[in-house]
Each structure stands twice: as structure tokens, then as C-alpha cells.
Design a protein. Structure first.
Length: 346
């Protein structure tokens, strides 16, 4: 009996020591190694901001991937590891939000995912008769997308989809990609407001740049009926711009006969015809200064047309933005093309 008591006492002393030794080895050696192995697996699966912690053999995971498929692949690989359990409530590998909006006619189709736990694509958003931008920017899915950048996203959606024609927008946590017709002043405005989220110079941008909305292929004149005469008038105006010297707003004497010819052409268009008259930007430098210069040139051309008998009320003066983002790469001969005032039918 005394031997049995001795063995029991020894056991009571040694077992805790043994358990403590095993636990210490797990804590100091095995657990860090398992955490590192799990972290390596997540990184191999392309998980950003990956983190791993262990509660004995239960793992807690977190991180982000770029698609729902990538999230599913990462989760499955972790679940197939032997000796590690990842309860569903501990698996916080989410997909970065992504939103795709495409408009044809008066309908905007919305796809993507916004909630980390959302696995379904979004429903279509549309209206029957008129595109309601306010309805789009207050849609719960859109509001949730990026709370920190909500003011900019609201601005971009409002202004971009207010433009005519089919257009699309892809929004992710990394960037925004646009498809459709735009102007450079708008692009610059959105770039500054986005604080790095939107970069119009990115290689995957698919927009077409025009000097103004009046140059969009879809723009339809409103003050004169469409006819062969209207087409001829538009062609005459387009092929007779008024050119200026670099940095100057003065009309060169050689351009005066051309303006007189334009005045007679405008007078023959009928009293209801109205016109947009705008100056194009002429090269590198401050966009603000160039816009002022372009507007002053247009004003001078209008004043000269008035001297030839055209009513000033028939014109709307405009500063056309550049149709290129890097005009400094153009030759001096080509830059002359941008130092011009153009007349369009309104």
C-alpha cells in the first residue's frame, strides 16, 4: 500500500510537470511554427493584410483578397490543412469590395459585392423613363461601398452619369476605371477630389477625351433643324477656325477676312440659330491661365463678328478644354492647331 501511495504521489507531481512541459513546447515552438505556416499559405494565396493567431489548435484568420473566387480558394486550402481547425466564425478572409456600373440608354446595370459576407451579385438598378441620379447615389449598395470616400464617390457618380451616351465605371479599393466620353477639366477635377483613388493617367482607362460636351459625337444641335444646309453650315464653321499666336489674345490681321466670311455665313443661317464660340487651350502651363486665355480669345472673336453685323446675343462664349493631356509633347506646328477659336452650332 505504501508503494502505491508513493507512485500516486509521484504521479501527481510529475503529470503537471509533463503537461506544463508539453504546453510550454507547444507555446514556444509548435504554435509559432504553425502560425508561420498558416501565414505562408495565406500569402501564397494572395491574401493582403494577412494575420493569424492560434487558440491551441483553433486558428483565427483575417485578410483581404481581390475576388470572391480567391476568397473561396484561400478558405478551402486552409480547411484542408491537417491538425488545424478554423471555425467559420474565426475565418475572416474577405474580398475587397467591387462595384461595376454600366449604362445603356436609360438603364444602369449594377454588379459586384459590397459586404464582406455577400456572395451574390447585385441586382439591376434601372428606371423606366428618365435616369434619376439621386436614386443611384442614395442606393444602399452604393452608400455602403466606401464610407471614407463617400463624398467623392457621390460627386463622381452624379457628374459622370449625368453625361450623355453609354458609359461605365469599375470601382475597387485600388482604383476607379471609366469608360465613355469625358473632358479633361472634368478628369482633373475628379483626380484632385479623389485624393489618389482615381488616376486618369492609368493604362487601363478606357475613356475618350473631347474638348467640351459640344464635341461629343452624340451632341445634337437644338437651334436649327437638321438638314443638308445645317450640315454644310457646321462644316463651314468647323473648317474655318480663327488662329492665334502663342500667348496672345489679339486677332492677327490675316484672320480678319475669315471672320468677315464667318459673319456672313452665320447671318445666312436664320434668326433662330444660336452658336457656341470657344477658345481651345494652346499648350503646357497652368490650366486655369489657359482657360482664361482661351475665353478672352473667344470674346475678341465675338466682338469682331459684332462689328460685321452679327447680334452678340446669338453667341455663348466658352473655354474649351484640351483634347490631350500631355500637349507639351506636340511639335510647335501641331500646337498651333490648339491656339484657335472654334464656332459650333448650339
Amino acid at each position: 500500500m505504501s508503494s502505491m501511495r508513493l507512485i500516486t504521489v509521484i504521479g501527481l507531481i510529475l503529470i503537471p510537470i509533463f503537461v506544463a512541459s508539453i504546453f510550454g513546447r507547444f507555446t514556444q515552438t509548435l504554435s509559432p511554427q504553425l502560425q508561420q505556416d498558416l501565414l505562408t499559405v495565406l500569402q501564397e494565396q494572395g491574401v493582403d493584410k494577412a494575420k493569424v493567431s492560434l487558440d491551441h489548435l483553433d486558428a483565427v484568420l483575417s485578410g483581404y483578397v481581390k475576388s470572391l473566387d480567391a476568397r473561396q480558394a484561400a478558405r478551402e486550402r486552409i480547411q484542408n490543412l491537417h491538425g488545424i481547425r478554423v471555425p467559420a466564425e474565426n475565418n475572416h478572409i474577405w474580398a475587397y469590395p467591387r462595384l461595376e456600373l454600366n449604362r445603356s440608354f436609360k438603364k444602369i446595370k449594377v454588379n459586384g459585392w459590397l459586404s464582406p459576407s455577400d456572395t451574390a451579385t447585385l441586382d439591376d438598378w434601372s428606371v423606366e423613363r428618365k435616369l434619376d441620379i439621386d436614386q443611384l447615389i442614395t442606393d444602399p449598395w452604393v452608400v455602403k461601398f466606401d464610407r471614407d470616400n463617400r463624398p467623392f464617390l457621390k460627386q463622381l457618380l452624379s457628374e459622370f452619369f449625368a453625361l450623355p451616351d453609354a458609359r461605365g465605371m469599375e470601382i475597387s479599393h485600388e482604383r476607379i476605371v471609366l469608360t465613355g466620353d469625358v473632358t479633361i477639366p472634368l478628369l482633373n477635377k475628379w483626380r484632385k477630389a479623389s485624393k489618389g483613388w482615381f488616376d486618369p493617367n492609368t493604362d487601363n482607362s478606357r475613356f475618350r477625351v473631347f474638348p467640351s460636351l459640344f464635341h461629343f459625337p452624340s451632341y445634337k444641335i437644338k437651334t436649327i433643324s437638321r438638314s443638308a444646309g445645317a450640315k454644310k453650315l457646321a462644316k463651314t464653321l468647323r473648317y474655318n477656325p480663327v488662329y492665334f499666336a502663342s500667348g496672345s489674345t489679339d486677332i492677327a490681321p490675316v484672320e480678319i477676312p475669315k471672320i468677315e466670311y464667318l459673319a456672313k455665313t452665320i447671318q445666312s443661317a436664320g434668326k433662330k440659330a444660336r452658336f457656341i464660340i470657344g477658345g481651345h487651350l494652346d499648350g503646357p502651363g497652368s490650366l486655369k491661365r489657359s482657360l482664361v486665355l482661351a475665353k478672352k480669345r473667344a470674346e475678341n472673336v465675338v466682338n469682331q463678328l459684332v462689328e460685321f453685323g452679327v447680334n452678340k446675343k446669338r453667341f455663348t462664349i466658352y473655354s474649351f478644354g484640351p483634347a490631350r493631356q500631355h500637349m507639351k509633347k506636340l511639335s510647335a506646328k501641331k500646337l498651333r492647331h490648339y491656339r484657335r477659336v472654334e464656332i459650333l452650332i448650339k
